[in-house]
Design a protein. Structure first.
Length: 124
C-alpha cells in the first residue's frame, strides 16, 4: 500500500504470478502411489487430473451425471452446467465404482477439506 501526499492511501496491485504446476512424471508417480495404496483415493485423483473439474464439482457429482464418454457438471462455477469429456479408462473406473449406487447418490460423499487432504497426502 502506498500513501499519497494528501494522506490518502492507494492500493498497489501485486503482480499476477503464474500458477504452479507439477511435471507429468511427478503426477504419474503420485497416481501410481495412490493406485497401490488406496483405490478410492486413486479414483479421486485421477478424476480431478483427467477432467480438470474443481473440488466442489467433484463433491457434487452424482451417478446420473456420468455417461459413457462425458460428465455433466451441474451448477459449477458461475452456476452454469457444462459437459466434460471422459476417456475410456476413467469412464470404466467410474462406472465400476458407481455400479451399485442409486442414480441420485453422490459419487464421492466427501467434504472439500477431505478432497484437499487426499490431494496433499499423495503429493508428499
Amino acid at each position: 500500500m502506498v500513501e499519497s501526499e494528501t494522506g490518502n492511501k492507494k492500493h498497489v496491485r501485486k503482480p499476477k504470478l503464474l500458477p504452479k504446476y507439477l511435471e507429468k512424471t511427478k503426477i504419474d508417480e503420485i497416481l501410481e502411489r495412490a493406485r497401490n495404496d488406496n483405490k478410492k483415493n486413486y479414483l479421486i485423483l485421477l478424476t480431478l487430473w483427467r477432467t480438470g473439474i474443481r473440488n466442489s464439482e467433484l463433491i457434487n457429482l452424482k451417478k446420473r451425471d456420468i455417461k459413457v464418454d462425458e460428465l455433466t457438471i451441474r451448477q459449477g462455477k458461475g452456476h452454469k452446467d457444462r459437459i466434460v469429456p471422459l476417456d475410456n479408462h476413467l469412464s470404466d473406473l467410474l462406472q465400476y465404482h458407481t455400479a451399485k449406487l442409486p442414480l441420485d447418490d453422490v459419487v464421492f460423499p466427501l467434504t472439500s477439506a477431505q478432497i484437499t487432504w487426499v490431494c496433499q497426502l499423495k503429493h508428499l
